[in-house]
Design a protein around this ligand. Sequence first.
Ligand code: SF4
Length: 335
Amino acid sequence: MARIRKRKYGPGVPPPQERKPFRDVSTCFREIFGSKSYKVCVDGGFTCPNRDGTCGTGGCVFCGERGAGEFITGNGIREQISSAMEKARLKHRAEKFIVYFQNFTNTYAPVPVLRAKYDSALADGDPRIVGLAIGTRADCVSEEIADLLAEYARKYYLQIELGLQTSDDQTARRINRGYESKRFTQAVEILRQRNLNVVTHILLGLPGETKEHIIRTVDFLNRHDIQGIKIHSLYVLAGTRLAQQYQNGEFEPITMAEYVDWAVYVLTHISPKLIVHRISGDCAREMLVAPEWIMKKKEIMEQIIQTMEKNGWKQGEFFSEQPFQIPSEIFQKPK
Ligand code: SF4
């Protein structure tokens, strides 16, 4: 007997994923590449200067043992890509792919090593692979590395993902980020001198942060020439220092209502030109300690969209154009 699908959103109302009041990345990628495109995540075998003792040990308090990318399967870059592409083709009907070097710090190696790893992602010349996304830290972006990245940007779509998380240096110390926010300013400047596409990650709900911090982080971002944003909800992963703090009662995650309120603030105050790559976190169920609501991705998205719709708000509704300015006293080029 055929199953009757319940109409959840009312007659004529499309589901949330089809009525986003922001510049959603899937739509933008479809416009750029002409078909459904999907990011396939890769563990390139990197580490992080915040783990190996170069600038810190133990990593950021929320960082899991794999340095993100907990869903990745397969050995070696090529195998991971083939398996992820096949899954995305079957599950999401994706036709074009962007290889996302996700785990740890993907510009943290000498240039020849970086080149070899990026090349191996593109090695077989598969025309379905149209781009690279490189996740990294602001203090691992140098002129030399930016020159290398610019070479790929001449042939492929390229986005550099900088995990800022917050503009507040006190929070940055609390979470053991390992660099000050002025380093982000320097990295963006280096990348934009080469016209590279910068996507910034921010985390809502960091220890000690309130909505006031989010307002300041958005203001900070609006003073930078970035092209995209990922808004993540902080969650507690098993085995992290944040998990210890949570278990000791030193850290309490924000509620879903707070997250929705803060995410709506971000979306309505960033530039309408930014591409929004993400509006929630993504956690492997078996690794999650708290909060439970993080798993309700559709509900989070729906609440964000409904709040914006109810108020008649769109992305950038309250954005005010500010001159792009790097305070001269903090700008010193890294070696
Ligand atoms: S910079 Fe990234 S990979 Fe390094 S410790 Fe922090 S979250 Fe983990």
